[in-house]
Design a protein around this ligand. Sequence first.
Ligand code: GLP
Length: 242
Amino acid sequence: MKIIRAKDYKDMSRKAANIISAQIIMKPNCVLGLATGSTPIGTYDQLVEWYNKGDLDFSEVTTVNLDEYKGLTRENDQSYYYFMNDKLFSRVNINKDRTFLPDGMEPDSDKACRDYNEIIASVGGVDLQLLGLGHNGHIGFNEPGMAFEAETHCVNLTESTMKANQRFFASMDEVPKQAYTMGIKTIMQAKKILIVISGEDKAQIVKEAFFGPITPKVQASVLQLHNDVIVVADEAALSLVK
Ligand code: GLP
């Protein structure tokens, strides 16, 4: 695990975008695994800026996203489909037919998960997976539990995740209670993993996830076993580790 210390959020975003750019330049038809949440927004903004300068070409890139809320339409501005279009896909020359997320409107969970596993297999797996880190150590929507789930599955979101998401919805009733997420095995099969983390409120979980025991109670701790993980975190997020 390589830890890159960034000064602040902006510096973290630039460093992460640099790594993603390098991937696209080295392999223009790469498969990027992408993430939502507030942390990667600056990274996407930076990629768009470089695209606008003519330094990046997304025309051959394929993307698979980590997760999607169950029951939100693509038009719902809180769906991850909407988020990805808004923050990245509509702003660069990516082929929209090559951008994939789990189908949040598929009510049959088994089918939604099976279909998404097939999509990931059909694109040939992920070259570079971008991740954020939840306050409880979740990656994607793999919540703390008794085991590491292998492939795409339907999760019941924890109270703490729903609370964290509440700020985006009119009321707690509107916050989705379930989501489809890539599993840990799929994430771990990515050739390279890049995790972006910012802010003092993540310092405790950074310490537990990367310097504590490997346990499904802190799902991100499994990343310690991957042979090519880059953590790009700002000083605030690293404030509890030497
Ligand atoms: C959500 C997403 C995760 C993300 C996490 C952290 O739960 N499903 O993929 O990493 O939030 O979000 P933030 O970056 O806003 O702290």
